[in-house]
Write a new protein. Sequence first.
Length: 132
Amino acid sequence: MMESNDKYGIKRAVPLAFEEALEKTKEALKAEGFGVLTEIDLKAKFKEKLDKDFGGYIILGACNPKYAFEALGKDMDIGLLLPCNVVVYEENGSTVVAAIDAKKMLSVTGSDELEQFAGDVNEMLRRAIESI
């Protein structure tokens, strides 16, 4: 079941263990044409830097090269808003997968051309999350 998060994007609780959800998320993103450019393990970083315990929480920096190339061709500063973040985290005994709402994120540009582009990216992200 898909949940909407009006603040930032879309999210879904998935019936999978954290590690399995993480792998399935990467596979789903790849199936939609996204590569994972970065992977930040906040659980490990908080332990390393702060000696604090934290649940599983991974931030994936996902990028669809075709769309990134097109967007940068329209506005070189759009790189400040790339890549699209997707998170996988543990919350209250379940695993959640969420993706940024690219349309909301790119709305700061004020560009109608980029708004349509962002709508396409959102559809791909939504399909990826729904497939997990």
